[in-house]
Design a binder for this molecule. Structure first.
Ligand SMILES: Cc1ncc(COP(=O)(O)O)c(C=O)c1O
Length: 390
């Protein structure tokens, strides 16, 4: 029986042909495909600036650094996310404070965020602090509420949108709130890892409407180097390193693949939404509903992950093993980041109730654009067999 992963890339003939052409172009890196990809991202997401880089982690680091985060800063991060959202705070020498999440969605809890902010001293509020809500699994984080709290407390908002390109959610006041729009957050970051919506092998992007943030991210992406002169000036070769940066560049090969994938993003989203609808319909029936909660179904959800929540942790753990024995691979997204030994060293025994509850039951079942309905049926039938087995 073929293996069904929880997620995987979708590569077609067009991707392969464009990539193979790019291999014989003059530029494997630092060439014209970088700006082309950036312009395409700006157009798609309706933002003024996109800065592409080597990974989603690099995008977070660039965004935080460009927003002014430093070793005196505090970064408030939801506990249910990939470690990178928090790690990028540490790269800048800042302190991480974990915020709780809603136990049924894994999205940042506004109540917990208010409590976190209430604990911040007035002196600390004068520093370049940041809140990094994650539009988790493909659902838009409560960006408008986060923005309000951020501005009331002199914090900057950076959205980790690794899971949510193309996601939107209805809003009573604004009609619709979209991920990556640059309206509520100073910047949003994307990842182009193969399990994500757009694949570039590895890769990421910072999206922003703020020119200063974009220029700083651009400079830091390549060692902190500035090139102040153009080809027509006396010294077009001149460059200077203004600050300490990194080599976080994306290659032209990756940008070529990213461009091709971006042109299929609407199709990818439509396929994910169709699969989510099918899961939703089946999983609300017996015997699933006795043991499992489904994610709240939303039309604008980008469905990076389809996370079911078992009512009992032991059942989740057994289901993972049973499905694996039948060549169906699932994953736990996520272990609360504060549980990792690195963060426990700084905060022994720290726990948040919403994150613990979400973590205990969550399991990401297969979700990717090329998942066939027949394969999805196999996932559902195998899960049903497991539940009926008792
Ligand atoms: C929420 C979130 N943020 C950041 C990242 C980091 O992205 P990358 O793997 O491209 O560095 C990931 C990747 O899994 C992620 O899921």
């Amino acid at each position: 029986m073929d293996v069904i992963p929880y997620s995987r890339q979708s590569i077609n003939e067009e991707d392969i042909s464009l990539l193979s052409k790019a291999m014989s172009s003059d530029f494997l890196t630092q060439g014209p495909k970088i700006a082309e990809f950036e312009h395409a991202l700006e157009e798609y997401f309706g933002v003024k600036h996109a800065v592409v880089c080597s990974s989603g982690t690099a995008a977070l680091h660039l965004a935080y650094a460009a927003a002014g985060m430093n070793s005196e800063s505090l970064g408030i991060v939801p506990a249910i996310t990939f470690a990178a959202t928090a790690n990028a705070v540490r790269y800048q020498g800042g302190e991480v404070q974990f915020c709780d999440v809603e136990p049924d969605t894994g999205l940042i809890s506004i109540e917990s965020l208010q409590e976190c902010l209430a604990r911040v001293s007035e002196k600390q509020k004068e520093k370049n602090n940041l809140i990094a809500p994650v539009s988790f699994a493909g659902a838009v984080a409560p960006l408008a509420q986060c923005q309000k709290l951020a501005s009331e407390n002199n914090f900057i908002l950076v959205e980790d949108a690794s899971h949510s390109p193309g996601a939107s959610t209805p809003d009573e006041q604004e009609g619709t709130i979209s991920s990556c729009s640059g309206i509520h957050a100073l910047a949003s970051t994307l990842s182009f890892h193969p399990v994500k919506h757009i694949c570039a092998g590895e890769g990421g992007a910072v999206l922003t409407n703020d020119l200063h943030v974009a220029q700083k991210a651009l400079r830091l992406r390549s060692h902190g180097i500035n090139r102040p002169f153009t080809e027509t000036d006396d010294m077009p070769w001149y460059y200077e390193q203004e600050s300490l940066g990194w080599n976080y560049r994306l290659t032209d090969l990756q940008a070529t693949l990213g461009l091709s994938q971006l042109s299929r993003l609407d199709d990818f989203l439509a396929k994910r939404r169709k699969l989510a609808r099918r899961y939703d319909q089946r999983l609300r029936e017996s015997p699933f509903q006795e043991h499992i909660n489904c994610p709240p179904f939303e039309r604008g959800h980008a469905w990076h992950l389809y996370i079911i929540r078992f009512k009992e942790e032991s059942l989740r753990n057994l289901a993972y093993k049973y499905l694996k024995s039948k060549n169906i691979l699932t994953q736990v997204h996520y272990i609360p980041v504060y549980k990792h030994p690195y963060y426990q060293k700084q905060n022994q025994g720290f726990q948040l109730p919403g994150a613990e509850k979400f973590f205990q039951g969550c399991l990401s079942i297969p979700m990717y654009p090329d998942l066939k309905e027949k394969e999805q049926d196999r996932v559902l039938e195998t899960l049903e067999q497991f539940l009926l087995k008792g």
